[in-house]
Design a binder for this molecule. Structure first.
Ligand SMILES: Nc1ncnc2c1ncn2[C@@H]1O[C@H](COP(=O)(O)OP(=O)(O)OP(=O)(O)O)[C@@H](O)[C@H]1O
Ligand SMILES: [Mg+2]
Length: 504
């Protein structure tokens, strides 16, 4: 410590004016001087008093009291104080005001202890007695400049921390939003039948109960399974899906439960099964009705004991996986016919959600059709505004044996072939959807082969007309709302056997 490399005398030009730094509130910094010798206190005050607010204390106790009261930025303490060493005192300063800069006055060179204190970061600098006033002023100024930088950094760091935290929260929120969307917003529908499904889904998502999804092909079992997973507590773990009808027995077993190397021809490596990969998450067993008796026993064991045994392994492993199974077959009937284990059936259908076929919730068709239209337009970059009423009528009336998937494919096909048409009309529908040409105004339309379609359309029309009349209170306004001339509405109501509530 004999020479100080940052000696200000070397870098500052001689007699450079010393501009004292000011604190963040614009006032002078507060400095605390602790020394039991009055002469020292006075002379330090004299050196620094013009530029700073100087507080003096005779001993550690007084010093600490001032520290409690005043926003002290820098402390100068004597190396030896009554009843306490300067180092001990500065330790207490660190406890109370860790950012304050600490300097120590030293009259004799107990160099070792001071060097240690400086090196440990407890003292910013020591001031040998007697000191050169100009040098002291420069040292104090430098110290306070670094103090202000440090506090500025600290507040910047705090602001950064805050911003990061806000961002994290926002991300969390956005992710939840996306998940929620993934969970439920992909699911279109407002018919009572589908709303009942949503309601059960929401409830069951909050549990670990095994779920059996039943429904014809294309009704949305896949979508519902995912939604249940992403709406529940397991959403941060994996959702894995396996179609049980897609693989030969051994491969399916190895896919689900894994295998040891050499378990069968072609098993060159140990492999983890989906049940292990989905640990903590959800496994979706699609087409569960296609499983053979051996597989059914193994599935029963997982559901009962939470245990799996990889092919060729001697040990069993515990897994924590939620099971959602799906089938478009009539499992109950399969149980009766001996094609499916009864015990497994009951284990699977702790909660059964039957997704109704689309033809039993035709109210959902317009919204679904528009949803798929928007989707296809976005993908294919077309300019289609919507459907003609007649085209929508046909869509609503169609049987949709392939359910939502068939509707989705139909819209996709139409958009792909639409060219520069701006509205989808009946002619653009596939032939089987188009059925017979629309014969709304022909009296014998109810006797056509598609009589149930026509009846469904008629029902829907009645509903829409009734609603429009109720909402608008007048026939001309209702006609306007429905987008048809008033006379057509009149005619239609007559044909539909609707009571004419009187002229308007
Ligand atoms: N309520 C719905 N809202 C929006 N899209 C739906 C809805 N239901 C089904 N879909 C869409 O219809 C298509 C078929 O659905 P999904 O694959 O879930 O049917 P599935 O019941 O699993 O059929 P399968 O028995 O043939 O496997 C998917 O593209 C899906 O996104
Ligand atoms: Mg499916």
């Amino acid at each position: 410590m004999a020479s100080d490399p940052s000696d200000p005398q070397r870098s500052d030009p001689p007699r450079a004016p010393i501009v004292a730094p000011i604190d963040s509130s614009g006032g002078p910094y507060a400095i605390l001087i602790v020394d039991d010798e009055e002469g020292i206190r006075e002379s330090l005050e004299l050196t620094l008093g013009d530029d700073y607010r100087v507080f003096t204390a005779r001993n550690a106790q007084e010093g600490l009291e001032i520290l409690e009261r005043e926003p002290i930025a820098l402390v100068i303490a004597d190396q030896v104080l009554p009843g306490m060493t300067g180092v001990e005192f500065l330790e207490k300063v660190i406890e109370r005001r860790p950012t304050a800069i600490r300097m120590m006055l030293t009259g004799y060179a107990d160099v070792a202890s001071i060097v240690r204190a400086v090196n440990e970061g407890r003292i910013y600098r020591y001031i040998p007695k007697p000191w050169e006033p100009e040098e002291l002023r420069v040292n104090v100024r430098r110290a306070l400049e670094s103090y202000s930088l440090a506090t500025e950094n600290a507040s910047l760091a705090a602001a950064l921390r805050d911003a990061n935290e806000r961002l994290r929260q926002e991300n969390l929120y956005l992710r939840r939003e996306v998940e929620r969307r993934y969970a439920f917003e992909n699911l279109i529908g407002s018919s009572p039948a589908i709303l009942r499904v949503f309601e059960v889904m929401e409830k069951v998502a909050q549990t670990d109960a095994t779920v059996l999804l039943t429904g014809e092909t294309g009704t949305g079992k896949d979508l519902v399974a995912r939604a249940i997973h992403y709406a529940g507590a397991r959403k941060n773990a994996r959702f894995v899906a396996q179609n049980c009808g897609a693989l030969p027995d051994t491969l399916l077993e190895s896919e689900l439960f894994g295998h040891k190397r050499g378990a069968f021809t072609g098993a060159h490596e140990d492999k983890k099964g989906l049940f292990e990969l989905a640990h903590g998450g959800t496994i979706f067993l699609d087409e569960i009705g296609e499983t053979n008796p051996g597989m059914q026993v193994r599935l029963l064991r997982v559901l009962q004991d939470g245990e799996i045994r990889p092919l060729g392994a001697s040990d069993v492993r515990k897994v924590n996986v939620r099971v959602i199974a799906a089938t478009n077959r009539d499992l109950r009937k399969m149980v009766q016919d001996g094609g499916f284990r009864e015990d497994l059936y009951y284990r699977l259908r702790v909660v059964e959600i039957g997704i109704p076929p689309l033809r039993e919730r035709r109210e959902d068709i317009p919204a679904l059709a528009h949803h798929f239209l928007e989707d296809a337009i976005a993908r294919m970059g077309r300019q289609i505004k919507g459907f003609t009423n007649a085209a929508m009528d046909r869509l609503v009336a169609h049987q949709w044996s392939g359910n939502v998937r068939e509707l989705e494919n139909e819209i996709e096909r139409i958009v792909a072939l639409a060219g520069d048409a701006d509205t989808i009309n009946v002619d653009m529908l596939s032939e089987h959807v188009r059925g017979r040409p629309a014969q709304d105004e022909s009296p014998d339309s109810a006797e056509t082969e598609s009589s149930d379609m026509t009846a469904a359309v008629d029902d829907l029309k009645r509903k829409l007309i009734r609603q429009a009349l109720e909402d608008t209170g007048s026939k001309s306004k209702a006609a306007e709302r429905l987008g048809i001339p008033r006379q057509s509405l009149q005619k239609m109501m007559k044909r539909l056997g609707m009571k004419d509530a009187g002229a308007d």
